[in-house]
Design a protein around this ligand. Structure first.
Ligand code: ADP
Ligand code: MG
Length: 652
């Protein structure tokens, strides 16, 4: 007795037609199909043949009745179990071929094997030998639209055989072909049957059905008759001997196969994106702008705070500045005239103070012959040089005693030297500062650059009596002795000055207090940026989601074909997720690149706007963009994976 492969028991199928009315298309079909049979199902158009075949091939589910494959009922099978049957057990040949138009013949044939984890080399080898056997050796790399109908149908037969194709389900395989090609296809089916494949052929044409040994006629959703055609082919109970392929199922192979499927999905995603270039670019634009604005703002903010921190760090950690006013930004600070040279002398006597210098500044128009420069004049004591670790490159610096004695001397920086003494020695020469002659005694070290700001340093007494008339200081700068607690020193300084002034009309600035206030503003700023980033990326993400939904709709038929030949729901899902992530990451990379280019260009043109890109922020930007792809691609990808294969296939 022949082994029963497929058994339909009282299968009924109805469609919801329009609003409420159910239309029953199959009215209780009972059918057994044995291994090795060649069965033809004939009937007029609209009799329910395709509906029956879709149920046989697990593309569709019956409304009532049970379908048993290899003594296993299909009624409780999960979508992925059904996909596995379609992938490894059935092979479909459709009237309209249903090839994937953007893949070559060889790639089309390989798709089922990609889903069944066949190793790449074996897969290509097998696809090629299959195509060669069907006379398509010279067409391996042609796309379907470069193939004739007969050739396309042969490609689809090769695809049906790719994973074994124990049962070939052919729905009007000759329906779209001329008679010559039709005959060829029938010859191929007969040959396959002779090699042990079970063939179920569906046709409205009795002549085509005559190829089969067992012919079943169907009319209005019921089996009308059945007869044996003695001239037909059949190899009942043929021992299956067609070339078996073995799928190795250990986890190493599954891993490789997963990456391989991933790569295929990635290739598909790129192909889909390239084929719709403008649309992809516009979609990306949202992500590009979002990432670019965030990365740029972060870089400029970092640049600005780096600059401030660099300035402070040059001050050293054991340095304290005394400034007029009650706090930083006090508007009454300019009216405070109580910081004086006497305070300096009092501080100088404190045991914990290493150096102390007043600072009085004014602008200084400087002339030397017919050369001139605009500088800032610093009135200081010699301690200022030790606080800021400044050294003389030429000549000397002035001493503490000199600072108080009102001498007509000046120390200039390298920039000023370059501007006033381009080709000669500076030390010993006179320059006019605010109309007063001063002798240059020293030049500070550093490389000269006339486009940078220029500074000259005179004893505070000189500035306060000769250059401007003023008896109070702009600030006091103090360096503490090593190993002395800054907190204790701050208290002592505050108490001392408070006692001298009678009230607190000054405040102290230390590296710590400045850093703390920068960190505070930075945190606020960062939160603000994050809010903007969130909004702009949300907008970009919605754009991506929108385009992915369109893409799913456009490619519903492709999804249907992939499902028919065995794609799991997860395969479809990954394919669309990868596409969304690829768009977003490409947008992210473009955004990061553009913002680096723009940032560097801007800070090159405007040196006062430094930028600082941190590797971490660039990586975060890219991770964020792929997360956007995941989040906003999820819904469309899920929608694609939940499509019913037969509905998807029917969509043109
Ligand atoms: P055949 O393949 O024999 O030409 P089908 O199985 O395609 O016939 O269709 C049988 C009947 O079921 C037809 O009357 C058709 O209109 C109807 N039908 C098929 N698919 C659907 C569907 N998705 N929704 C509603 N009616 C359908
Ligand atoms: Mg049909």
């Amino acid at each position: 007795m022949a082994r029963v492969l497929l058994e339909l028991r009282d299968i009924k199928k109805s469609y919801e037609n329009g609003s409420a009315k159910k239309v029953e298309v199959l009215h209780g079909i009972n059918l057994k199909i044995c291994q090795g049979e060649f069965v033809a199902i004939v009937g007029p158009s609209g009799s329910g043949k395709s509906t029956l075949m879709n149920i046989l091939g697990c593309l569709d589910t019956p409304t009532e009745g049970s379908y048993i494959i290899n003594s296993q009922s299909t009624s409780n099978m999960e979508p992925d179990e059904l996909a596995s049957l379609r992938r490894d057990f059935f092979g479909f040949v459709f009237q309209r071929y249903h090839l994937l138009t953007h893949l070559t013949a060889s790639e089309n044939v390989q798709v089922p094997a990609v889903y069944s984890n066949l190793e790449k080399n074996l897969r290509i080898e097998r696809a090629h030998s299959m195509l060669e056997r069907l006379g398509l050796k010279h067409k391996m790399n042609s796309k379907p639209n470069h193939l004739s109908g007969g050739q396309q149908q042969r490609v689809s037969i090769a695809r049906a055989l790719m994973n074994g194709g124990q049962i070939i389900l052919a729905d009007e395989p000759t329906g779209a072909l001329d008679s010559k090609n039709g005959l060829e296809v029938m010859e191929i089916l007969k040959e396959l049957n002779s090699k042990g494949h079970t063939i179920i052929l569906i046709t409205h044409d009795a002549k085509v059905a005559a190829a089969a040994r067992r012919v079943i006629t169907i009319k209005d959703g019921m089996i009308e008759s059945e007869f044996i055609n003695d001239n037909g082919t059949s190899l009942n109970d043929f021992v299956r001997n067609y070339d078996d392929i073995s799928f190795s199922e250990n986890w190493v192979n599954s891993m490789f196969a997963f990456f391989d499927r991933f790569k295929e999905s990635y290739k598909n995603a790129i192909r889909a994106m390239v084929s719709k270039r403008l649309r992809t670019l516009l979609t990306m634009l949202g992500i590009i702008i979002g990432i670019m604005s965030v990365v740029s703002v972060v870089a400029f903010a970092r640049g600005a705070s780096d600059k401030v921190i660099a300035n402070i760090s040059s001050m050293g950690s054991n340095t304290i500045m005394v400034l007029p006013g009650k706090y930083s930004g006090d508007v009454k600070a300019s009216k405070v005239k109580t910081l004086t040279v006497k305070d300096i002398l009092a501080l100088k006597g404190q045991p914990f103070i290493d150096s102390v210098s007043p600072t009085v500044t004014c602008s200084g128009y400087v002339q030397r012959g017919n050369l001139e420069a605009n500088t800032t004049v610093y009135g200081i004591s010699s301690d200022y040089f030790s606080v800021y670790s400044k050294k003389a490159r030429e000549g000397r610096l002035f001493s503490f005693d000199e600072s108080a004695m009102n001498p007509q001397i000046v120390v200039i920086d390298a920039n000023t030297r370059l501007a006033l003494f381009p080709n000669e020695d500076a030390v010993g020469k006179h320059i006019m500062v605010r109309g007063r002659p001063l002798t240059v005694v020293g030049v500070l070290s550093g490389r000269g650059d006339i486009s940078s700001s220029m500074r000259i340093y005179v004893p505070y007494s000189t500035l306060m009596t000769r250059l401007i008339k003023r008896d109070y200081l702009s600030s006091i700068i103090i360096r503490l002795k090593e190993n002395f607690s800054p907190a204790v020193a701050e208290d002592s300084i505050t108490n001392l000055l408070k006692a001298r002034h009678g009230r607190q009309d000054f405040y102290l600035r230390t590296t710590d207090t400045v850093l703390r206030s920068i960190t505070r503003t930075n945190t606020v700023f960062t939160l603000l940026i994050l809010a903007i980033a969130f909004i702009s990326l949300l907008v970009g993400g919605i754009g991506v989601m929108n385009i992915m939904l369109v893409s799913v709709t456009e490619r519903t038929r492709e999804i249907g074909i992939r499902m028919a030949i065995g794609a799991r729901q997860s395969d479809i899902m990954t394919q669309f997720l990868i596409e969304a992530v690829t768009i977003c990451v490409a947008g992210g990379i473009a955004g990061v690149t553009l913002s680096v280019i723009a940032g560097l260009t801007i800070s090159h043109i405007f040196p006062s706007l430094p930028v600082s890109f941190s590797l971490a922020s660039l990586i975060v930007a890219l991770l964020t963009s792929s997360a956007i792809g995941m989040i906003f691609g999820y819904m469309p990808a899920r929608a694609a994976s939940k499509l019913n294969p037969i509905d998807a296939l029917a969509r043109e």
